[in-house]
Design a protein around this ligand. Structure first.
Ligand code: G16
Length: 562
């Protein structure tokens, strides 16, 4: 039970920090996200929720990242990380939302009452000291919001806090899990910092490269040009590659994270994916048919690749679907070489409705792998990958994803490795070694632009595959993703993994008539969980039809809501 002093402190901090009142917060696709100016109150309560979550885990470290990822510079947000590095358990999302809305709309007595209710119903031991790991992206508002977040943690909860300041979201996911797995002994003075992340993934990449004696990128492309969206991924990845001699031909664009007003502005993964064109900053000196390009988003948890063909006239996107299929083909081949069947190790792909129809057909008919579809949001894909497969490759088309390897994967591959050594089967041995080494290059806590970049580069180099060969595995159906601003996006409700609208009720039947008119037509509409907009996705056999379909659906939406 809280002491009188703690309650008084909470009351005075609530008055000091929570300036945004009479406001309704909603927990979106990846946490709370809004204009930075209104986030003080929800940051205050997120600190409290993180402390309670850590206490409910018996004091294990819980992570909190202040970021609005791909959103424009004036937005911000917050993501909460479980002790194992995954996203906040879904049943806690409603506690987080309710607490924020009580702080914004009710009295401090009601706030305290609700905190007590969580403690009582979840049987949380209030004597446990919470442990919180925090970080933020490079937005101008992030330090101010960090103060709001931290305000209650030491004075009220006496929490242990590790503040990593500016780093990428996946680095914080990794370090949260790392801290829980490396509880220092009393004489251990190790300070947990981003250097543990760097050395873990640098070593993994070097080991994989050494297995194939690869010294540079020359077999597959000339330079790798990395667009950092002017975000925190820039300094973090620049520091990271200093430890990798193989990567010395990497060139950077949009690495100006010290000017937060340029963040995600005409650059970054979301821009490149939705506009299907090169980001700003790739000037003539960087245009080369033999280069590979990629773009991070603002907090470096997404990545998309691209290249230019035909003497720099054509832009070719290699998005999340292409990354997932590249990994699936590579890993499947290795499993076969290691004499492991689909019954031994179940490899599957998890996508969302945004996955290009051609990619799903390729997965099922060419790779002969199972494919699942979930709602948008990494938490949904992650869960499916973890529960349905031994190698669960999950990627959203927007470039957000990773691979999860199960315990069964590790034990079966190790078993095969022992047999291969006994039988002196060198090809099978190398395949098992590659599988194990490759799994270490991947950040299994969450989608990570840096780790995914290493995984893609390693796959291309080991397979001796040029970007155009990667692309030619299948051809994307023409597609368009657009946004419509509506007075109230909450009226848009979906079913069937967001592939069909149930509300407004008249919209889906009208859309179906339009979709059925075009060859290989597919389209859906859903409310964004990170922006105040409704998203419209359309695809079909012919680009002109897709353009028209997109326009028609946008017009339908406008006529329905006005
Ligand atoms: C977040 C989520 C992604 C999601 C994206 C867009 O990405 O983590 O899973 O695809 O938002 O979501 P929505 O369409 O609901 O706006 P990020 O990179 O912005 O954190």
């Amino acid at each position: 039970q809280a002491t009188e002093m703690q309650l008084q402190l909470l009351e005075s901090l609530h008055t000091q920090v929570c300036k945004t009142k009479n406001y309704s917060y909603t927990y979106g696709t990846a946490g709370f996200r809004d204009k930075a100016a209104v986030l003080d109150t929800v940051m205050f309560t997120t600190g409290i929720i993180a402390a309670l979550r850590s206490m409910s885990h018996n004091g294990k470290a819980v992570g909190v990242m202040i970021t609005a990822s791909h959103n424009p510079p004036l937005d911000n947000g917050v993501k909460i990380i479980e002790p194992d590095g995954s996203m906040l358990l879904q049943s806690w999302e409603s506690h987080a939302t309710q607490l924020a809305n009580i702080a914004a709309n009710d009295t401090v007595t009601q706030l305290i009452q609700y905190i007590n209710e969580i403690v009582a119903t979840l049987n949380i031991d209030s004597n446990v000291t919470p442990s919180i790991v925090v970080g933020m992206d490079s937005r101008e508002s992030s330090p101010r919001l960090m103060d709001c977040l931290l305000s209650t943690l030491s004075p009220v909860f006496m929490a242990k806090i590790v503040n990593h300041n500016m780093l990428t979201t996946p680095q914080l996911h990794f370090l949260t899990a790392y801290q829980n797995n490396h509880e220092p002994s009393s004489d251990d003075k190790t300070v947990i910092s981003v250097s543990q992340y760097d050395s873990k993934f640098q070593t993994a990449f070097k080991d994989l490269m050494n297995l194939y004696e690869i010294k540079d990128f020359n077999d597959c492309f000339e330079s790798l040009v990395v667009d950092c969206a002017n975000g925190i991924g820039a300094p973090q990845f620049q520091q990271f590659v200093k430890g990798l001699p193989q990567c010395n031909s990497i060139k950077f664009v949009n690495d100006d994270y010290t000017h937060p007003d340029t963040l995600n502005n005409s650059c970054g993964a979301d821009f490149v994916k939705t506009q299907q064109r090169l980001p700003a900053g790739v000037d003539d000196s960087l245009l080369n048919d033999n280069n590979l390009y990629c773009s991070f988003d603002g907090d470096a948890d997404r990545i998309v690749f691209y290249y230019v063909g035909n003497k720099t006239t054509k832009f070719h996107l290699l998005d999340g679907d292409k990354i997932a299929t590249l990994f699936a083909k590579f890993l499947k081949k290795l499993l076969i070489k290691a004499n492991l069947t689909q019954d031994d190790i179940r490899l599957g792909i998890v996508q969302t409705a945004y996955a290009n129809g051609s990619s799903t057909t390729y997965v099922l008919d060419t790779l002969h792998c199972p494919a699942s579809c979930t709602k948008t949001g990494v938490k949904h894909l992650h869960h499916e990958a973890q529960t349905a497969y031994d190698i669960g490759i999950y990627f959203e088309a927007n470039g957000h994803g990773t691979i999860l390897f199960s315990d069964n994967f590790y034990s079966k591959v190790q078993e095969r490795q022992t047999i291969a050594i006994k039988e002196n089967d060198l090809s099978s041995l190398k395949a098992s070694k590659t599988l194990l080494a490759f799994s270490k290059v991947i950040n299994q806590t969450v989608g990570d632009a840096i780790a995914d970049l290493l995984g893609v580069v390693a796959t291309l180099l080991i397979s001796k595959m040029k970007p155009s060969q990667w692309d030619n595995e299948y051809t994307d159906l023409p597609n368009l993703l657009s946004k419509v601003i509506v007075p109230d996006r909450t009226v848009f409700k979906t079913t069937d993994q967001e592939r069909k609208l149930t509300s407004p009720p008249a919209l889906q039947p009208k859309m179906d008539l339009l979709i059925n008119k075009i060859e290989q037509g597919r389209a859906f509409v859903r409310a964004s969980g990170t922006e105040d907009a409704v998203r419209v996705y359309c695809e079909g056999k012919h680009a002109d039809d897709v353009k028209q379909l997109s326009k028609d659906i946008e017009a339908l939406i406008m006529s329905e809501v006005n």
